[in-house]
Design a protein around this ligand. Structure first.
Ligand SMILES: [Zn+2]
Length: 328
């Protein structure tokens, strides 16, 4: 009878664990001390999708992190997920759609400048794009789901020039009208919201504005890619459906922030939801649809590779991440 106790494992007393200490015939390989490039590819009919990781955030769990739930409950939930209880690591995953005739980027990540300011924690899109064989000059279109910094900052390189110089930039009409309006900025409900208005003006340089075009929910943006109104997180927030043949994927933007907290707890009002009541209603409506249609969801803030199926679970939803596949 074979038994391995926790003590054996810690002390390495099991005979197989001891084998490695017997000889040292080979030279030591140096530690890599850095993460591997992160991109993941799959197909929806004829459309090739590449999720390219931009890194993660590291946000302290503040009292208002979830406005309608005590901080301690959020910390307990993180603890149960084997995560740090005082910090939230929110993933960032922009995606590329290659339709065969157009290369489209959906949301742009935190921007190249963040690579330095975050000590490599985020701002990794351009680096990981290069590893994925994608060139910024080949991007024809950037589609924004909304104007939060982690979705728009990647429009600019660290030197302030355009990261995707040949791309037109498409934003939801209502979203662009809201964040670029000075009257709305003056009525900003908090310092955090005001900073988003100011950031929109910083990112939307004259060169970026030249390329800005708006889109309307309920309409097709390009063949196979349609916009869906999913307001709440921000006033003009939109999601996308990408369809080809009999396949489709729901590109949710920020209908939920990280799935492990906010899909599982759709009633939690995240501090970055501008209208938390509308955001919750949108969340439940979208996720009920995803469950009913058995539709796969691509989540900007889902853990990499950021694509999952969802099922109903208690008062919320549970995500089942799509496993890595070596072939498309
Ligand atoms: Zn976001």
């Amino acid at each position: 009878m074979f038994e391995l106790t926790r003590r054996d494992a810690l002390l390495g007393t099991m005979s197989t664990l001891a084998v490695g200490t017997m000889g040292n015939a080979f030279a030591a390989s140096p530690l890599a001390n850095k993460q591997a490039p992160a991109f993941f590819r799959y197909k929806v009919g004829d459309i090739e999708i590449t999720a390219v990781n931009d890194g993660v955030s590291r946000m302290p769990i503040t009292d208002d992190f979830v406005s309608n739930v005590p901080k301690e409950q959020v910390q307990k939930t993180l603890d149960a997920l084997f995560m740090e209880r005082d910090f939230y690591a929110g993933p960032y995953n922009p995606i590329f759609l290659n339709t065969g005739s157009k290369l489209v980027l959906v949301d742009t990540g935190t921007g190249e400048a963040a690579l330095t300011s975050s000590n490599g924690l985020n701002g990794r899109l351009l680096m990981n794009m290069a590893a994925a064989g994608l060139s910024p000059n080949d991007v024809d279109m950037v589609i924004l789901t909304h104007f939060h910094g982690d979705h728009v900052n990647g429009i600019l390189k660290a030197d302030g020039s355009l990261a995707f110089p040949n791309a037109e930039i498409l934003a939801p009409a209502k979203e662009a009208a809201f964040w670029l309006d000075d009257g709305e900025m003056n009525r900003a409900s908090s310092a955090r919201v005001k900073a988003t208005f100011q950031n929109a003006r910083r990112v939307m340089t004259p060169e970026a504005l030249k390329r800005l075009r708006t889109y309307e929910p309920g309409k097709e943006i390009l063949s196979g890619v349609s916009a869906v109104e999913t307001a709440g997180h921000t006033p003009g927030h939109c999601s996308l459906t990408v369809s080809s043949g009999n396949k489709s994927v729901f590109v949710q933007g920020d209908v939920t922030h990280a799935s492990f907290l906010f899909a599982r707890n759709p009633g939690w009002h995240f501090m970055l939801d501008i209208d938390p009541v509308a955001a919750e209603a949108t969340r439940r409506k979208v996720y009920d649809m995803l469950v009913a249609e058995r539709m796969v969801v691509q989540g900007f803030h889902y853990p990499f590779p950021s694509i999952a199926h969802v099922e109903k679970s208690g008062d919320g939803y549970r995500e089942i991440l799509v496993p890595f596949s070596p072939i498309l």
